[in-house]
Design a protein around this ligand. Structure first.
Ligand code: IPE
Ligand code: IPE
Ligand code: MG
Ligand code: MG
Ligand code: MG
Length: 301
């Protein structure tokens, strides 16, 4: 475990640096939006999406150095989704990554614009020419990212999450379970899965490896959100750096709410096994995908 912790800490520091160096400087006019963007992105966070993307590229034998800014773009998309998720009209949260949320500090209008700006900035980074990567392959990768976070992907999941919270739910347990899986696979699973695909596509993965990365990402993406649901109940705001116990309070449709804590944990174990199976099949000279999957499922924050 200490081995993987060292690896994760190193990668986190690496991506923190890339993000700090690549975001527009705070003095860029209008200063307020660039300050808010830097506040939202640079205030901590596990950096899981760029880290799994880099691990995927590395498992395929790539040198990740030329890819870092492109992989870091995933963190801009993720952070934009958090800034908007925390808005008063969505989850209405005032704590994120151990600090006040962006809308609390900069106001709601500026927080909406910060999200807009981060999403747009991400695609500008993803589209930067990459010598050594086939342009058609890069174009495919950029499109895959866009599709993963569009209204049939991450935003669709967020829309279904909000709708489920605010409307009468079906009494049919199977229909509810299907809706819950849809929400989790889309709001969280799709960005995680495409992170692996981005790393694989830019890192020279074979078609077989891409399919394995995708299966790994699908299992891990769902597990990631179930663990997030469990931690919301089991942990404190201090440990999480965000409000705890809010899913029950807001009537969110979650795995523990629908199936209970124990069944939710069991589901994570099954998904972890599926992720580990695929991680092992990908092989590669340096393969941290299995260790990362364990970390994601066993994390406490
Ligand atoms: C939280 O994501 C939101 C979900 C998609 C569950 P993370 O747990 O990755 O949050 P940070 O980036 O580490 O703050
Ligand atoms: C957030 O899910 C998913 C996205 C932002 C796309 P949650 O609403 O459960 O995330 P937290 O618990 O606020 O981090
Ligand atoms: Mg939410
Ligand atoms: Mg939320
Ligand atoms: Mg949550």
């Amino acid at each position: 475990m200490s081995d993987v912790n060292d690896y994760l800490n190193g990668r986190r520091a690496l991506f923190d640096r890339v993000l700090a160096e690549s975001l527009p400087p705070r003095e860029t006019p209008p200063q307020i939006i660039h300050e808010a963007m830097r506040y939202a992105v640079l205030g901590g966070g596990k950096r899981v999406r760029p880290i799994v993307a880099a691990a995927a590229a590395e498992a395929c034998g790539a040198d990740i150095t030329p890819l870092l800014k492109h992989l870091a773009a995933l963190e801009l998309i993720h952070t934009y989704s958090l800034v908007h998720d925390d808005l008063p009209s969505l989850d209405n949260d005032d704590l994120r990554r151990g600090r006040k949320t962006t809308h609390v500090v900069y106001g709601e209008a500026m927080a909406i614009l910060t999200g807009d700006a981060l999403l747009t900035e991400a695609f500008s980074w993803l589209g930067e020419p990459l010598p050594g990567v086939d342009a058609a392959r890069q174009l495919r990768a950029v499109r895959e990212v866009a599709v993963a976070v569009d209204s049939k992907g991450m935003i669709g999941g967020q829309a279904a999450d909000i709708e489920a919270e605010r409307s009468e739910l079906s009494a049919d347990p199977e229909a509810l379970a299907r809706l819950l899986t849809f929400i989790h696979q889309n709001k969280t699973g799709k960005l995680l899965t495409v992170s692996l695909l981005l790393g694989g596509l830019l890192g020279g993965a074979t078609d077989v490896q891409l399919a394995q990365l995708s299966a790994y990402g699908k299992a891990l993406g769902l597990a990631f959100q179930i663990v997030d649901d469990l931690l919301d109940i089991e942990e404190t705001a201090e440990t999480l750096g965000k409000t705890a116990g809010k899913d029950i309070e807001q009537g969110k449709l979650t795995y523990p709410a629908l199936f209970g804590m124990e069944a939710a944990r069991e589901h994570v174990t099954i998904l972890l096994e599926e992720a580990l199976r695929n991680a092992a099949m990908i092989g590669g000279p340096v393969n941290y995908l299995g260790a990362i999957a364990r970390y994601i499922c066993e994390r406490r924050s």
